[in-house]
Design a protein around this ligand. Structure first.
Ligand code: GTP
Ligand code: MG
Length: 451
């Protein structure tokens, strides 16, 4: 997502960084480039205009002239304004004092409502809540079935019955009360804003439930149209926020950047894939960093924290420091990293990674191969790879379905990692900054214990 916009910003910023002083003409040129980049990303014109005017105001003001690094200052201003445009703050759910908290989802056909309903229920569950899903899409015969199938993965209960959508929704809330559920998420049928009958139906569901939160599920891929749709729904439903889906696609980003200002309501959650785990609150600051090519370090750290076993990480770090890091530890660390998801996803979140590397297809099969090789080694070989001679090598290759060349390559790489770690640790101990001060493996484990 936002790739082309990110690329544009990277280009604009690298020009700015190179300059010691900035003339008015430099600032004008940068703002012109930013304006074009935003328009090409499909951001609504009024949003672009106000964005540029805010940035300009701050650039010609004292803020810039007082700065020792004006280029950096412009980047900071752009970042802050972008965060504000994206809504500024993260949504905080206020749970109803008298449960259940009722959440109503609405949206166009295929925007992702049903998937999102389940993701949202799952999210509430992770917050320690006890949600009930209500299937009020009786338009499509298979809709409730789809909801039940997705929800069953996490053991979330679904309520539905064959009557009319308004009645089902109301009965769902009663059922939640009876079962002692504290959150109700209502999935509804997809509808077009020009379909008056269907719009009247969602309005009736809303006035009957009087939901605490009404979210519009919006497909980010639909760009400007998404914003028009959101406005039309907002007139009928008084939305509390938007849930943006399919941010993993090649959406140009315009919708995300325009929602807050045009609809007047923030993006509450973002969905970044078909899997149930690809969902979280929408963090404007992280999104801005991502768009501006600063990397999504916070999300990466959180992903690491969620999946990384701190003890394993700490153990690995100690062994690295001591120089007693073996292939067995290497395998253990690698499995931790694998749990964080596909490598390409991890790499795309890192700041300062060259574009060529981000675009390069990262081979997750490589990890599987390495794992197979290490698993085919005896414990003794894993602790001391130097004993791996020709015949052992062949045995390992056969056992792991790889070639002796691949086994060789892994052993060589591992030796190199050990050497790098030793020299990095050695030079910090001497108080000097070693040439090879940056080591990837300990960095990842450090991350898990960061904060
Ligand atoms: N790539 C990607 N696909 C998504 C995302 N969210 C939903 N989808 C897919 O989009 C398609 C439609 O999702 P649904 O949840 O059925 O959409 P809906 O709004 O309930 O559709 P209707 O009930 O027919 O109006 C499905 O194939 C989902 O897997 C996302 O964030 N990324
Ligand atoms: Mg649906």
């Amino acid at each position: 997502m936002f790739e082309s916009l990110s690329d544009r910003f990277e280009g604009i910023f690298s020009k700015l960084r190179k300059k010691g002083r900035l003339s008015d003409a430099d600032v004008d040129a940068a703002l012109r480039d930013i304006r074009v980049a935003l328009l090409e990303a499909d951001v609504a014109l009024p949003v672009v205009k106000s964005f540029i005017s805010h940035v300009r105001e701050r650039c010609v003001g004292a803020e810039l002239h007082a700065s020792l690094m004006p280029g950096q200052q412009v980047i900071k201003i752009v970042n802050e304004e972008l965060v504000a445009t994206l809504g500024g703050e993260v949504l905080r759910i206020n749970y109803a004092s008298k449960p259940p908290t009722i959440v109503l989802l609405a949206g166009l056909q295929g925007s992702g409502k049903t998937t999102t309903a389940v993701k949202l229920a799952r999210w509430f569950k992770q917050q320690g809540r006890n949600p009930l899903l209500v299937g009020a899409d009786l338009q499509r015969p298979a809709a409730v079935e789809q909801l039940r199938r997705l929800a069953s993965v996490d053991g979330i209960t679904v309520f539905s019955e064959l009557s009319d959508p308004v009645a089902v929704a109301a009965r769902g809330v009663e059922e939640a009360r009876r079962l002692g559920r504290d959150v109700v998420v209502v999935d509804t049928a997809g509808r077009l804003t020009i379909d008056q009958e269907m719009m009247e139906q969602i309005r009736r569901i809303s006035s009957r439930l009087n939901p605490h939160y009404t979210f519009l599920v919006v497909d980010a891929m639909t760009g400007q149209d998404a914003i028009n749709t959101a406005q039309a729904f907002h007139e009928v439903l008084a939305l509390d926020g938007v849930i943006l889906t399919k941010l993993d696609g090649d959406a140009r980003g315009g919708a995300a950047l325009s929602v807050k200002q045009v609809v007047g309501k923030p993006i509450a959650f973002a969905s970044t894939g078909e899997k149930l785990a690809d969902f979280d609150l929408f963090y404007p600051d992280r999104m801005a960093s991502r768009i501006l090519g600063m990397g999504d370090v916070l999300s990466l750290i959180e992903a690491a924290e969620r999946t990384y076993d701190k003890e394993v990480a700490a153990k690995g770090a100690v062994k690295l420091q001591e120089g007693s890091f073996t292939l067995e530890d290497f395998l253990e660390q690698m499995r931790q990293i694998k749990k964080m998801g596909p490598l390409s996803g991890i790499i795309s979140m890192l700041p300062g990674v060259p574009k060529e590397l981000k675009d390069a297809k990262v081979d997750d099969g490589e990890l599987a191969r390495v794992e197979a090789i290490i698993c085919s080694m005896t414990p003794q070989e894993r602790r001391d790879p130097s004993i791996v001679n020709g015949s052992r090598r062949l045995r390992i290759a056969n056992g792991s379905g790889t070639t002796t060349a691949e086994v060789n390559q892994l052993l060589k790489q591992f030796k190199e990692v050990q050497r790098m770690v030793k020299s990095a640790v050695g030079s910090t101990r001497k108080g000097k900054k070693g040439k090879r001060g940056r080591v990837m493996l300990p960095t990842l484990s450090d991350m898990a214990s960061f904060r």
